[in-house]
Design a binder for this molecule. Structure first.
Ligand SMILES: NCc1[nH]cc(CCC(=O)O)c1CC(=O)O
Length: 308
């Protein structure tokens, strides 16, 4: 069997697609990569919040899935919107990489906990708000672009450090630049961070679907991501909303920590709920209801007023 894999062309996207290729190859499947450029790749000079986050890294891939010119599309799980179009679905989530964010810099002495003041480049509303909340002494500058672009901007002196997902930094082999691992207890990661998701159209042949899923899906990760994405869906969060959630699983019990932070970092809501893995999505919804009831609805309203 031969699988056509659609992917963006960034180095991280290619790593992810090649990772899926290796998993398929281990099961005896051949595959090829089809490179597809998305709006998010083309527009580098405006923040994601301004472009409109919905499907900015996924739309063109989804068009090709529908057209049947690719069998599957590979994404960072965290770049996938919480509700997919009804004719498409996620057929697998790969085993998660370490989920935390890291501080990346050429200056090994920098630390978020030291109280030093320095400049961090990030375009994530979650990371900006978390920094305002936990590290008000830090100055933040907007910094978009793929990993390599951001590292170039760091080297040009546009900032002293970056906050990035460990997963991407490690996959691109920039571990040497990690100066601090941020604790997930404070800097709870974005929904889906660290996992690779495979998307397919419902028209994909059932035998292809079955074998791809069998070779790539990691069930514990899938259960965790169902809980996190259930949470995100209820809050209608795209990737530009400062929502965060992290689920862990032990003995078929899911523990889901998630919340919401106001753009100015003043109000941070976070809670932990637990339920059997079979009720993962329901757990996400329940946690979202609780966060909304505790004032999250007001925070969301204010966020939607401020983001275009
Ligand atoms: N939003 C861009 C993006 N999408 C996925 C990753 C990292 C890898 C991952 O979490 O799977 C990144 C970069 C970052 O946030 O540092």
């Amino acid at each position: 069997m031969h699988i056509k894999i659609g992917t963006r062309g960034s180095q991280l996207a290619l790593w992810q697609a090649e990772y899926i290729q290796r998993l398929l190859q281990a099961g005896g499947l051949t595959s090829e990569l089809v490179l597809i450029e998305t709006k998010g790749d083309q527009i580098q000079d405006r923040s994601l919040a301004k472009i409109g986050s919905k499907g900015v890294f996924t739309q063109e891939l989804e068009d090709q899935l529908r057209a049947g010119s690719i069998d599957i599309a590979v994404h960072s799980a965290k770049d996938l919107q919480s509700s997919l179009p009804t004719d498409l679905g996620i057929i697998a989530f790969t085993e998660r990489e370490q989920v935390n964010d890291v501080l990346v810099s050429r200056n090994r002495n920098l630390s978020l906990t030291s109280g030093q003041s320095f400049v961090i480049g990030t375009s994530s509303t979650r990371r900006v708000a978390m920094l305002k909340h936990f590290c008000p002494h830090i100055r933040v500058v907007d910094m978009r672009g793929n990993l390599q672009t951001r590292l170039r901007k760091l080297d040009e002196g546009q900032c002293d450090a970056l906050i990035l997902a460990y997963a991407g930094v490690h996959r691109m082999q920039y571990d040497d630049l990690i100066v601090e691992h941020l604790p997930v207890k404070d800097f709870t990661p974005a929904v889906g961070q660290g996992s690779v998701a495979i998307e397919a159209a419902h028209t994909l042949a059932p035998d292809k679907l079955r074998i791809i899923r069998q070779l790539t899906n990691h069930e514990p990760t899938e259960a965790c991501l169902k809980a996190e994405r259930g949470f995100l869906r209820r809050l209608e969060g795209g990737c530009s909303i400062p929502v965060f959630a992290l689920a862990t699983i032990e003995n078929a019990q899911i523990s889901l920590t998630g919340g919401l932070i106001s753009l100015d970092g003043q109000q941070l809501l976070r809670e932990t709920f637990t339920a059997p893995a079979a009720q993962a999505e329901q757990l996400g919804h329940e946690l979202a209801e609780s966060i909304l009831a505790r004032g999250g609805d007001e925070i969301l309203r204010s966020i939607h007023e401020h983001l275009p």
